[in-house]
Design a protein. Structure first.
Length: 195
């Protein structure tokens, strides 16, 4: 993509319209939304998206921070700031599941729908690393159920992402939050307040 400063005024305007539309549409519907919908929201042709961003991956990479990265990295940072490991695990799982419910692009990241996107894969690696930290500290404190691994954290998030993205019936928020309690009760049989 040419540097914005080298583009004509109308081309710069199109780039900004496309980026703004992509942020809105991707946040509402996820990264898999048809590019025609992004083009319609920006009032440009789909060809203009390809001309300016090279296609879906270029567009995703250009807006990933505004769409999903800030929220996912913030979930990790906020959980790291919590002192007790039980509370840390509980807060992180609840926040991640909340993001999965309210921000469809999170599920595209967790399912690694676009493995050629370096920024999206970097988010996956950051999550995997943090899951390793939680598991090591959780087992050391006796909070996690025996046998729970970092891979289990990832699998639970991916299972949830699959259900939310591809399930025929979306759960009510009340049922969803109730099931989050079941997840936490399974991986952390000790009360989070115990650690």
């Amino acid at each position: 993509m040419p540097a914005p400063s080298t583009l004509r005024a109308d081309a710069r305007r199109n780039v900004e319209l496309i980026r703004a539309a992509a942020v809105q549409v991707f946040r509402e519907r996820g990264f898999s939304v048809p590019l025609e919908d992004v083009a319609a929201a920006a009032r440009v042709s789909k060809a203009t998206i390809f001309n300016r961003f090279g296609g879906r991956l270029g567009l995703i990479d250009s807006v990933v921070d505004e769409v999903v990265a800030a929220e996912l990295l913030s979930a990790i940072d906020e959980a790291r700031a919590i002192e007790g490991i039980g509370e840390r695990i509980s807060a992180y799982v609840r926040t991640l599941r909340d993001l999965q419910f309210s921000l469809p692009a999170v599920n595209d990241v967790l399912l690694q729908e676009f493995p050629a996107s370096e920024p999206l894969m970097a988010l996956c690696h950051a999550g995997d690393s943090f899951h390793g930290e939680l598991v090591a500290e959780g087992h050391a404190a006796g909070i996690l159920a025996p046998g729970v691994t970092a891979g289990d954290f990832q699998a639970l998030a991916m299972d949830n992402a699959t259900a939310l993205k591809h399930g025929r019936v979306r759960p009510s928020r009340e049922d969803y939050d109730r099931r989050t309690g079941f997840v936490l009760g399974g991986i952390c049989p000790s009360s989070p307040s115990d650690a």
